[in-house]
Write a protein that binds this ligand. Structure first.
Ligand code: GDP
Length: 422
C-alpha cells in the first residue's frame, strides 16, 4: 500500500518535472525581473525627494518574526512606490544594527530627512498619503490586513508565475526575503564553510524541531519519531524513483535544526541508520528573551535557516516562523519547491495575511452524522487548517457552515493585487 502510494506520488512528481528546463528558465527570468525591480526601488537617484516607508526592526519577537515584518514592509513599499528605510540601531539581536550582519537594503538611500514619526495606516486601497516619509506599524497593529499583504500576488506577473509555481503567494514572499537576507561577506564566508560540512551533493532532508517557549503556547509537542516518519517516507520515495537506475540505497542524512539542545543525542540514538548533521556551537535558546537576543544566537538561527533552505525537503511545524522563512527562501532556489515540505501542524500562512481561501473544484456531500460540510463547485471556503489525513477544516462562505471537507476537492485562491509595474 505504502509502495503504491509512493509510486503515485513519484508519478505526480515526474509529471510536474516534465518541461523542467523551460519552467526553470521562466522562473529564473521572473526572479531576475522582480529582484531588478526591488533593486530599482531601493536605489533612487535622489534620496532626499524620494518617497519613503520607514520600518523598524524593533519588534520584540524572534528573528523569523522580525524578517516577516521586514518583508511585509518591503512589499508595501513596493506596492506604494516608496523606498523602504530600515531603522535597526539597537536591534535586540545585534545592537550595532542590521548592516553589521546583512547588506544594507540600499546603496543610495538609507536615511530620512524630514521624518516626523507618523504612522501610515493602509486603507486597503492604493495609499494617497502625500507625506514624503511615513512609518509602517507592525501588521498586528493595523485594523485590517493591508492590500499588499500576502498571500496576494501581483496581477502583472500572475500568468507567468502560474506557468511554473504551485504556490505563487509563497514565491512572492520568497522574493522579498531573498532581497533582505543578503549576508555580509564575513557571514557569507561563514555560511559557505557550513555548506561544505553539510555537503549537499547527496540528498539531505532538513528537519526543524521547535520546542522550548513555543510549546503549550503556540504549538503542541511533537516527538522526533513523528518528524522522522516523514523523513523515511521521503527517502523511500527517493529510493523507489532511483531503483530503476541504481541498486545502492541512498545514504540517509538529516540536517537537524532545533532550539532544544537535548534533541540531537536522542535522535542519533533512536535512528542509528541516519547521519545527523547539526551545528550546536551557537546558543539556540529561545526559552528566555535574555538568551535569545545575542549576536551568537542570531548567527545560529541565520545558519539554520540558510542551511534548511538548501535541503531537498523540509519536515517541520509551520507554526514556527523559522521553518516558514526557510521554506520561503527555498522557493528562490528551485523553479517550484512548493511541494518540498511536510508540516506537522499548520498549513503555510503569513501573520497578518489577507483571508486564506480556497475554491471547490468538486462537489462534496457530507456523510450523515459526520462533521463534514457540503461543497458545490465554485464555492469559496475560508480554510482554518489541514488535518493532514485527507481532510481540511474551513468555513463555506456560501452556506456559512464550518466543518471538514476532503482537501483534494478544493484548490487555493491567490488574490490578484494591482502593484505598480516599474
Ligand atoms: P517562532 O517563534 O518559532 O515562530 O520563530 P521566531 O524566529 O519568531 O522565534 C524563535 C527564535 O528562537 C528564533 O528566531 C531563534 O532565535 C530561536 N530558534 C528557534 N528555533 C531555532 C533553531 O532551530 N535554530 C536556532 N539557531 N535558533 C532557533
Amino acid at each position: 500500500m505504502i509502495d503504491q502510494q509512493n509510486a503515485l506520488i513519484n508519478n505526480i512528481e515526474e509529471f510536474r518535472d516534465q518541461n523542467l528546463e523551460a519552467r526553470g528558465e521562466a522562473a529564473r527570468k521572473l526572479q531576475d525581473l522582480v529582484q531588478k525591480r526591488i533593486n530599482y526601488l531601493q536605489n533612487p537617484k535622489d534620496c532626499r525627494s524620494n518617497r519613503k516607508l520607514v520600518c523598524a526592526i524593533h519588534k520584540k519577537c524572534g528573528f523569523g518574526c522580525q524578517l516577516h515584518h521586514l518583508s511585509y514592509c518591503m512589499m508595501t513599499a513596493y506596492g506604494t512606490g516608496r523606498t523602504m528605510i530600515l531603522v535597526s540601531k539597537l536591534w535586540l539581536y545585534n545592537p550595532g544594527g542590521w548592516e553589521e550582519i546583512f547588506e544594507p537594503l540600499s546603496a543610495t538611500c538609507t536615511q530620512t530627512f524630514n521624518f516626523k514619526p507618523q504612522y501610515y495606516v493602509t486603507t486597503g486601497e492604493l495609499e494617497s498619503a502625500n507625506e514624503l516619509e511615513v512609518m509602517l506599524p507592525a501588521v498586528d497593529q493595523l485594523p485590517k490586513a493591508p492590500r499588499f499583504a500576502p498571500l496576494g500576488i501581483p496581477e502583472d506577473l500572475a500568468d507567468e508565475l502560474d506557468q511554473f509555481h504551485g504556490s505563487p503567494g509563497v514565491w512572492w514572499v520568497g522574493q522579498f526575503i531573498k532581497y533582505i537576507f543578503r549576508p555580509r561577506p564575513w557571514l557569507r564566508k561563514e555560511l559557505d564553510g557550513y555548506e561544505v560540512t553539510v555537503d549537499y551533493s547527496t540528498p539531505i532532508v532538513g528537519v526543524h524541531v521547535r520546542r522550548t517557549d513555543k510549546i503549550g503556547k503556540e504549538a503542541s509537542f511533537h516527538a522526533i519519531d513523528e518528524y522522522m516518519k516523514h523523513v523515511d517516507d521521503w527517502f523511500d520515495r527517493y529510493d523507489q524513483q532511483r531503483n530503476s537506475q541504481q541498486q545502492e540505497p541512498t545514504r540517509r542524512r538529516v540536517y537537524l535544526a532545533t532550539d532544544d539542545p537535548t534533541l540531537l543525542p536522542i535522535a542519533k540514538a533512536k535512528f542509528p541508520h541516519y547521519t545527523f548533521v547539526s551545528f550546536v556551537h551557537f546558543s539556540r535558546t529561545a526559552g528566555s528573551l535574555f538568551h535569545r537576543y545575542s549576536t551568537d544566537s542570531l548567527r545560529g538561527v541565520i545558519a539554520d535557516i540558510h542551511l534548511l533552505s538548501k535541503c531537498n525537503y523540509l519536515v517541520c511545524t509551520f507554526s514556527s516562523q523559522v521553518c516558514r522563512v526557510a521554506y520561503e527562501l527555498m522557493q528562490t532556489l528551485h523553479p517550484d519547491a512548493s511541494n518540498y515540505f511536510h508540516s506537522l501542524d499548520d498549513v503555510y500562512y503569513y501573520g497578518g495575511q489577507t483571508a486564506h481561501e480556497q475554491t471547490a473544484v468538486l462537489d462534496h456531500d457530507p456523510k450523515p452524522g459526520s462533521q463534514e460540510i457540503e461543497l458545490r463547485v465554485g464555492d469559496v471556503v475560508g480554510i482554518a487548517g489541514n488535518h493532514w489525513d485527507g481532510f481540511s477544516k474551513g468555513t463555506n462562505r456560501r452556506t456559512k457552515q464550518t466543518g471538514l471537507y476532503p482537501s483534494y476537492k478544493t484548490k487555493e485562491i491567490f488574490p490578484l493585487v494591482k502593484y505598480p509595474t516599474y
